[in-house]
Write a protein that binds this ligand. Structure first.
Ligand SMILES: Nc1ncnc2c1ncn2[C@@H]1O[C@H](COP(=O)(O)OP(=O)(O)OP(=O)(O)O)[C@@H](O)[C@H]1O
Ligand SMILES: [Mg+2]
Ligand SMILES: [Mg+2]
Length: 704
């Protein structure tokens, strides 16, 4: 079948948006993606009255951003401006993608059975040539581009190609009509030679622009296309050059993907810096089975490879595959899957890989059922593929890829086709040789059991980690991870908590506000204690377990500081807390880890002079000394929440300035009980007095 210019459909000629029959009421902008757009033009829109146009002139002038800022890139300009969109960047990978585009086109001719031979040559000047003996790019005048040959259209117009309708190619790697025009745009020089219709034709380009009209060089019986190009250093950077090894690898995998092609490789010796051959004939009648054995070499495998090729009956579509499993992995990785669609490499996988995995899992599970191997039910795709080395190649009509570099296949047909065509061959392969089938099944089940065990271990670890990290939501923890040098301030109520949070040093000081009255621990049962939210939150924050499972090593802070208001209620709460520590985790007190903060009760000022007094006695003392004979102003703090954060910091929290009282147990047990009794007794005033007295007593020798 001959390909001619009329098969080159042009996306840009087809209006993609329905055009309004009536002139649009707003100024219509002609979609002008390409200068050649020959679509019927809509009626000119009526010129809007000035009042219709929002007057943005002053604004536009101010910002410099107006209609004139909106550019429409024409022809191949967008490719040069934004190469990333077309070839994924301008790095080495992107550079070699140029070769992929040209080789893909040659390969499409081969897969369509029009070409048998492809020649790839990298010459001493860094020019890369790709020849195929296919039909040749059509050279007749293009019906929709008067004065231009189809060849010129293909080379200079994005979205021009013969692969949209399926008439000229059945299953092609090309589908966007973009590839070779992009190569042209990004080459500082590109020559196309076409042999067809009894003549040799030639046309040259630079950076996407024609250097002259197409030339009929002379009569020739040959047929085919030769594209010779040099990548533009303006795009790829000075000195950017093709790597022979990479080109060779790409060419070789193409040859493996289609048995009906012979690729002749040549490379100027001065370009080669490694073991890449200067010449090679790449032809692999064994297809992917050969590619796989070449790739895995001597690596030990569980079974011989499972490989084959199936064509769909009736319509275009084929799958070829080769897969084997290795207990020791393949080189650097445990496993690999290399996939292709219409000979285009899809490094990011896609639907064909998904179908392949699904087919393997289903086949192995079915075989497990057949042989009464219950554990086959555990198998997932992950287990099957983890240690597999696999090559999978599909041929489908109208494939859909992600982007122009075609890194991932997205056609749903990919998975359907592979699953469907692989089912029978896999069943046969498994049942044909029960010994190897059982070996493989056993191997995959082991992977599944490993995986389940790993997951369980992980869950246990995670559970342990979250148990450790489960902290009450109202805790404002300090940032230091280790207990060393850290303090937990237990404060009364949210407003004091707020001041304390502002006043703290967040590296070492954590704040836990308690809400409401805590349980009277002296009389509560252990169960009641456990149920008390405030107290269990406190234990959580401290990181310890109350009762017999208490371990001082678990304590998340070096010090526990009880910071309550300097009033009767505050004293009660402090007393409750001290009793709690004494009853439930006495070790904290014994080891000297529990403290009382001593917030001041008064602020005494005389002009610029200002002092804080802890209690009445301290106030009187200050008045008699520091402020003697001065006119003073005395303020009484009603609670911690009332103090400014800076005051709280200065007087109570800052380790450099504050005073802490360490809680100590009297050495005599009887005395302790008496103490608890006094602390927890009914007489609030007595308790307050007791704490005031003892705290003050403590100040003298327990300053921190
Ligand atoms: N070696 C070739 N032999 C015959 N025709 C070719 C060859 N190379 C390109 N063409 C023609 O030129 C058209 C445009 O090629 P181009 O690479 O730009 O786009 P495509 O292959 O259709 O799609 P894609 O952008 O996906 O590669 C092709 O569709 C095909 O009709
Ligand atoms: Mg192409
Ligand atoms: Mg094109």
């Amino acid at each position: 079948m001959g390909q001619s210019a009329d098969l080159l459909s042009l996306f840009d000629d087809e209006p993609t948006l329905p055009r309004p029959a009536e002139p649009a009421p707003v100024p219509a902008v002609e979609p002008a993606l390409t200068p050649q757009a020959a679509a019927p033009k809509p009626e000119p829109a009526p010129t809007p009255k000035p009042a219709d146009v929002p007057s943005s002139a002053p604004l536009a002038a101010a910002t410099g951003y107006s209609a004139s800022s909106i550019e429409v890139l024409e022809g191949l300009e967008p490719v040069r401006k934004r190469p990333g969109m077309y070839i994924g960047g301008t790095d080495e990978r992107a550079l070699h993608h140029l070769f992929a585009e040209v080789l893909d086109n040659a390969m499409d001719e081969a897969v369509a059975r029009h070409a048998k031979v492809i020649k790839v040559d990298l010459d001493a000047d860094g020019y890369l040539s790709v020849f195929d003996d296919g039909r040749g790019i059509p050279v007749d005048p293009h019906p929709k581009h008067p004065g231009k040959s189809a060849l010129e259209v293909v080379m200079t117009v994005l979205h021009s190609g013969g692969k949209f309708s399926g008439k000229a190619y059945e299953t092609s790697g090309g589908l966007h009509g973009v590839g070779v025009s992009v190569v042209n745009a990004l080459s500082d020089h590109l020559d196309v030679t076409v042999w067809r219709d009894g003549f040799e034709w030639r046309q040259s380009f630079s950076k996407g622009h024609v250097l002259g009209p197409i030339q009929q060089v002379g009569p020739s019986k040959k047929k085919g296309t030769l594209i010779r190009f040099h990548p533009d250093e303006e795009i790829f950077g000075v000195g950017a050059a093709f790597k022979p090894a990479r080109l060779f690898r790409m060419a070789r995998s193409k040859a493996y993907l289609f048995r009906g092609v012979e690729i002749k490789w040549t490379c100027a010796p001065e370009r080669i810096t490694d073991a890449t051959p200067e010449t090679a004939l790449l032809h692999f009648p064994g297809g992917l089975a050969d590619a796989l054995s070449e790739r895995i070499g001597q690596i030990e495998t569980v079974t011989p490879a499972f490989a084959g090729r199936v064509e769909r009956k009736g319509e275009a579509g084929a799958v070829e595959w080769a897969v084997t499993w290795s207990p020791i992995g393949f080189g650097e990785a445990d496993g690999f899957v290399s996939s292709y669609c219409n000979t285009v490499s899809t490094p990011d996988g896609g639907t064909h890989e998904a179908g392949f995995r699904a087919a393997l899992v289903k086949g192995l599970k079915a075989y497990g059922e057949l042989t009464n191997e219950k554990r086959a039910g555990l198998i997932t795709a992950e287990d099957v593929i983890a240690n597999a080395g696999a090559l999978i190649s599909v041929f489908i009509r109208n494939p859909e890829f992600q982007g122009q570099t075609k890194d991932r296949l997205s056609s749903p047909e990919g998975s359907r086709l592979v699953e469907q065509l692989l089912r029978d061959p896999l069943d046969h392969w498994l049942t044909e040789s029960p010994k190897q089938a059982n070996q493989l099944l056993g191997f995959v089940i082991e992977r599944a059991e490993d995986r389940l065990k790993r997951r369980k271990d992980k869950e246990v670890q995670r559970a342990a980690a979250t148990r450790k990290l489960r902290l009450p939501g109202k805790l404002s923890d300090c940032s230091r991870q280790s207990a060393e040098g850290t303090e937990l301030f237990i404060v009364e109520g949210d407003s004091a908590g707020g001041s304390a949070k502002q006043a703290r040093d967040r590296t070492t000081q954590a704040i836990l506000p308690l809400r409401g009255k805590i349980l009277n621990v002296a009389s509560a049962t252990v169960d009641k204690l456990r149920q008390n939210v405030e107290l269990s939150d406190l234990a959580l924050a401290l990181g310890v377990q109350p009762g017999n499972r208490f371990n001082i090593e678990d304590l998340r802070y070096e010090r526990i500081v009880i910071m309550t208001d300097a009033d009767v209620d505050g004293a009660h709460i402090a007393a409750l807390l001290i009793t709690f520590f004494y009853r439930v985790m006495p070790e904290t007190i014994r080891q000297g880890r529990v403290f009382m903060a001593l917030p001041p009760l008064y602020r005494i000022q005389a002009g610029a002079l200002s002092e804080y007094a802890r209690d009445d006695a301290h106030r009187d003392e200050l008045l008699a000394t520091v402020f003697k004979g001065k006119k003073t102003e005395i303020g009484r703090f009603k609670g911690l929440g009332e103090m400014m954060a800076s005051q709280l910091k200065e007087t109570t929290m800052d380790p450099k300035k504050r005073t802490l009282a360490k809680i100590e147990l009297p050495s005599d047990e009887a005395e302790i009980e008496d103490l608890v009794e006094r602390l927890m007794g009914k007489k609030a005033e007595a308790r307050y007095q007791f704490i005031q007295d003892n705290a003050r007593f403590a100040v003298a020798d327990l300053d921190v």
